[in-house]
Design a protein around this ligand. Structure first.
Ligand SMILES: [Zn+2]
Length: 377
């Protein structure tokens, strides 16, 4: 992975490049940031830059034998440690036992989320661990000579999942590492790392990815209206993982469109019993899906307002699928300049409530009562 393939994070990349240029690469660094900010891809791109045989000014070459091996995660001087799990046949697992799965997962998605990794490991409702005996493995690997490159790089993903005995055993080698050794730790929860370990590393805080950059990224992958992508990017709050989760898959889309149609019909008919059932249905969705539903509702209301207020411009302004258009042709007269503002405001308020973990049945019921009153006028 080259720096150019890491989304955003210009400043961090520049910092890494500068330390290499000035030959003052700190031998133990801790990159911390939320899931989806890019800690892991940055660590890999930095490793590739360090190991590259034909380094360019601002990036690895991407072509030399070293870059080719790094991109397949098989460079002999690039080592990985990550949370693993005991299995029926392996009571003392180390990262190397799962290296095939790790390479597969990471090549598929360098922004690998913890959940996704745990799925690879077959873990349900359990967390992975970096066990005590991993430390022996690390020390052994680092005491070997480098195979091909100048540096040996040890990427440790989620050092917070490290057993304390393991952390303690590593203190010495982190403080006095063999020459040309680089520890790159990537943490999601640095406050859970042992203070003795934390005090021995240089900390780098990875900020969230800028919203505009997230929008660009999403736009290249998804054929959704720009307004919707902006909303998704904003809600994702700097995280590529969250942004992707927010994007509607086809199944989700059908569920959400059906829910919206049903909701509007029930509100129009003042069908309280139906609304109560609908509230149960929408509340059974996960938190992110609820937000997705509300974002979708905002979009539909906006499009219908445009249909109503600017009928002559519908081809130019309105972006609806065939199904949505069928429904909207009957629905648009109910969305007008007297209620658009309040409707949008109420839905936005519900999004904030859901984000703040409010009890969803209550907020959806309240919202439905508001919508009922508003589309009547
Ligand atoms: Zn190269």
């Amino acid at each position: 992975m080259r720096f150019s393939e890491v989304i955003g994070q210009k400043k961090i990349k520049e910092k890494f490049i500068q330390t290499v240029r000035e030959e003052r690469v700190s031998h133990a660094q801790l990159l911390s940031g939320e899931e989806g900010f890019g800690g892991l891809p940055l660590a890999i791109a930095f490793s590739q830059f360090i190991l590259c045989e034909d380094r360019k000014e601002n990036d690895s070459c991407g072509e030399c034998p070293s870059c080719q091996k790094t991109s397949k995660l098989i460079h002999p001087d690039l080592h990985f440690v990550f949370p693993v799990t005991v299995t029926k046949t392996n009571s003392k697992p180390v990262s190397d036992d799962f290296i095939t799965e790790w390479r597969e997962a990471l090549i598929e998605d360098p922004y690998l989320s913890t959940n996704r990794w745990y799925n690879y490991l077959g873990l349900e409702n359990k967390q992975g661990m970096i066990y005590t005996h991993e430390s022996e493995n690390i020390i052994k690997k680092l005491s070997l000579k480098t195979f091909e490159a100048e540096y040996k790089v040890m990427v440790i993903w989620q050092p917070e999942r490290m057993n304390p005995t393991c952390s303690n055993k590593l203190l010495k080698i982190i403080e006095e590492p063999p020459p040309k050794t680089l520890f790159l730790m990537v943490s999601l929860l640095p406050e859970q790392i042992l203070p003795t370990l934390l005090s021995r590393v240089q900390r780098i805080n990875i900020p969230g990815i800028e919203t505009d950059i997230l929008v660009d990224f999403l736009q290249n992958r998804h054929d959704l209206p720009l307004g919707e992508l902006r909303k998704v990017a904003k809600l994702a709050n700097g995280s590529i993982t969250r942004a992707i989760e927010f994007i509607i898959s086809v199944d989700d889309y059908n569920t959400i469109f059906t829910l919206f149609k049903k909701w509007m019909r029930l509100c129009y008919k003042n069908n309280i019993l139906g609304i109560l059932e609908w509230v149960d249905e929408v509340s059974s969705l996960g938190r992110e899906k609820k937000k997705l539903f509300l974002i979708y509702s905002l979009r539909m209301i906006r499009e219908n307002f445009l249909l109503n207020s600017m009928p002559n411009y519908r081809d130019r302004l309105v972006r609806l699928s065939e199904n949505e258009e069928d429904f909207s042709n009957k629905f648009f007269p109910f969305i007008h300049k007297k209620n658009i503002f309040r409707l949008t405001e109420e839905i936005n308020k519900t999004i904030s409530d859901i984000e703040a973990n409010a009890y969803s049945k209550t907020v959806f019921l309240d919202l439905s009562f508001q919508v009922m009153g508003l589309i009547k006028n």
